[in-house]
Ligand binder design. Structure first.
Ligand code: 13P
Length: 256
């Protein structure tokens, strides 16, 4: 069975002091060792969080990075700056970056390639807008985004990355996709990976759901065994609710 993942995406929330307060409860979550637990935090909090999370098994991730090693790119952060801090994961192509910061399938491809070259685990986000869903374009869009991100990678590299299906209309709206809808699209994403590589590779890729996941709905997503965990915004900001998500994912094997 694929290891479950719970990844918090803190977006533009929490100062260093607020970030440090978060950890005590999460460290106590039951069976946390069964789950790959990641907190993707704002850049300026990363050094303090890596130190705080040391020996807890909780991984610290970034929410973006540039693909180049270094250069005249004012305001950007490079992959080696992240690895120098012992950051292990990085979110790539979040829909907020696609919508507000001109992220494209091509920059997602470059960043995914670069993250893997630096032994960072990319959490690559894909998903459709409400308009695209209503136009019946979900599968076509999601396949395009997935194929763009994984083209040119080796099978081994694809097995190492994490994909996250986050329908844009479900993010921060309190309106999550139904478990059936999310499972259906995630099954389709796995098939798209199999079409590009093979079924064995596709079976190893972790695919998460994101969009209004909360402690009281996460079990419905994990029940089928098809969805390997969640990428969580709002509900990852509160340490008790984040810990409960981790505990639910630790029970995943027992849910089906
Ligand atoms: P919410 O959980 O707040 O809907 O955000 C989802 C998300 O964007 C995670 O990356």
């Amino acid at each position: 069975m694929r290891t479950s993942v719970i990844a918090g995406n803190w977006k533009m929330y929490k100062t260093v002091a607020e970030a440090l307060e978060f950890f005590s409860r999460v460290k106590l979550a039951d069976n946390r060792d069964r789950v790959e637990t990641v907190v993707c935090a704002p850049f300026v909090t990363l050094p303090a969080l890596v130190k705080e999370a040391k020996e807890s098994g909780i991984r610290i991730g970034a929410q973006n990075m540039h693909w180049e090693e270094e250069g005249a790119y004012t305001g950007e952060i490079s992959p080696s700056m992240l690895t120098a801090l012992a950051v292990t994961h990085v979110i790539i192509g979040h829909s907020e970056r696609r919508a507000y910061f001109a992220e494209t399938d091509e920059t997602v491809r470059l960043k995914t390639r670069s993250a893997l070259d630096h032994q960072l685990t990319p959490i690559v986000c894909v998903g459709e807008t409400l308009e695209e869903r209503e136009a019946g374009r979900t599968r076509e869009l999601v396949r395009e985004q997935v194929v763009a991100a994984i083209q040119g990678l080796s099978s081994r590299e694809v097995c190492h990355l994490i994909l996250a299906y986050e329908p844009v209309w479900a993010i921060g709206t309190g309106r999550s996709a139904t478990a059936e809808d999310a499972t259906d699209v995630i099954r389709f994403i796995r098939k798209s990976v199999a079409d590009q590589f093979d079924q064995q590779v596709a079976n190893q890729v972790r695919i998460l759901y994101g969009g209004s996941v909360k402690p009281d709905n996460i079990e419905t997503f994990l029940q089928s065994g098809e969805i390997d965990g969640a990428l969580v915004g709002g509900a990852s900001l509160d340490s008790d609710s984040f810990a409960r998500l981790v505990e639910a994912a630790a029970r995943r094997g027992d849910l089906g």
